[in-house]
Design a protein around this ligand. Structure first.
Ligand SMILES: *[C@@H]1O[C@H](CO)[C@@H](O)[C@H](O)[C@H]1NC(C)=O
Ligand SMILES: *[C@@H]1O[C@H](CO)[C@@H](O)[C@H](O)[C@H]1NC(C)=O
Length: 284
């Protein structure tokens, strides 16, 4: 081999090695930075509800609640995919009509978490994080969705993330408003329907920053598979709060604090309240 082509061959080998190393380093960093990177948002929607039949399709200022929730979710930048999971043909048909992807789930799902899990199994694709976007919070900000996703990505020791906002003093003793206390690193300590923490005066301390739990949560996909199967726990049953099962079984939950006025639609009377709120703020 003439020396010039020999050095050329060595040059090529060296370049090849550098390029290969480069790819290796890149792949390594991609894995590092892409922890829990594949994210799906699931909106569980069932038709039958004891308190509010056909709730997902109720019109809020001329647009069904489920469509409003879906439109908000689509604006979240961390979600690779958004689907509606329902057991009802009418809801499915309607959602496909405005362009949503729909997964049919069985009527036997006992709660939103089980519906999310079943939907994830049916979709079959590999996702790392599942956001459970309750269809009854039609004014959910996409930033809150992104916030809980990023919190879970940044906390490998947590399997669950959720959000809280400031509790209004008038909601302090309302058992439907769930309170939360967190440690100084933002991990959940406890949730309760009672006032947390409790001041020995028995009254609301106007200076204490009480936290109200918002019904949006995200899970590590592997955790979601076992979550519905975890045995029910005493505190969960006593408070009737599903998320306590996570803490009682020793799992960690990351909580982010956000600025959000909660407008959950639980009963038909809530529709008018949220419509008034939207009219006042020109949210159409
Ligand atoms: C209880 O609430 C009052 C205000 O209502 C506050 O001054 C006090 O620091 C709180 N904590 C205790 C332990 O009393
Ligand atoms: C859903 O509800 C069922 C029945 O109340 C309960 O056993 C199960 O633990 C709940 N799912 C989760 C994820 O907690």
């Amino acid at each position: 081999m003439p020396s010039s082509s020999k050095s050329w061959a060595i040059h090529c080998l060296a370049t090849g090695a550098v390029v290969a190393m480069g790819f290796g380093v890149l792949a390594y960093y991609r894995q590092l930075i892409s922890f829990r990177s594949r994210v799906i948002g699931i909106i569980p929607a069932r038709y039958a509800s004891t308190r509010f039949q056909g709730k997902p399709l109720v019109q809020i200022l001329g647009k069904p609640m489920i469509q409003r929730t879906w439109e908000r979710a689509k604006l979240a930048t961390t979600l690779d995919h958004v689907v509606v999971a329902t057991d009802d043909d009418k809801i499915a048909e309607y959602c496909r009509g405005f362009g949503a992807d729909v997964v049919m789930t069985s009527e036997s799902c006992r709660n939103g978490t089980e519906r999310c899990n079943e939907a994830l199994q049916k979709i079959g694709k590999k996702y790392d994080v599942v956001v459970n976007i309750q269809g009854d919070e039609p004014l959910i900000e996409p930033e809150i969705i992104d916030g809980i996703v990023k919190a879970l990505q940044a906390a490998p020791d947590a399997v669950f993330s959720t959000a809280v906002t400031s509790l209004k003093p008038e909601d302090a003793f309302d058992p439907n408003r769930v309170k939360c206390v967190v440690d100084n690193r933002g991990y959940a300590i406890y949730f309760s329907r009672g006032l947390l923490p409790f001041n020995k005066s028995g009254k609301v301390n106007p200076r204490f920053p009480y936290l109200l739990h918002l019904g949006i949560q995200s899970y590590d996909a592997n955790f979601l598979k076992i979550y519905p199967e975890l045995p029910q726990t005493p505190l969960q049953l006593e408070e009737d709060l599903e998320q306590l099962k996570v803490l009682e079984n020793g799992y960690k939950m990351k909580v982010i604090k956000v600025d959000h006025e909660s407008h959950g639609v639980d009963v038909p009377e809530d529709v008018e309240k949220i419509e008034n709120y939207m009219r006042e703020r020109n949210l159409l």
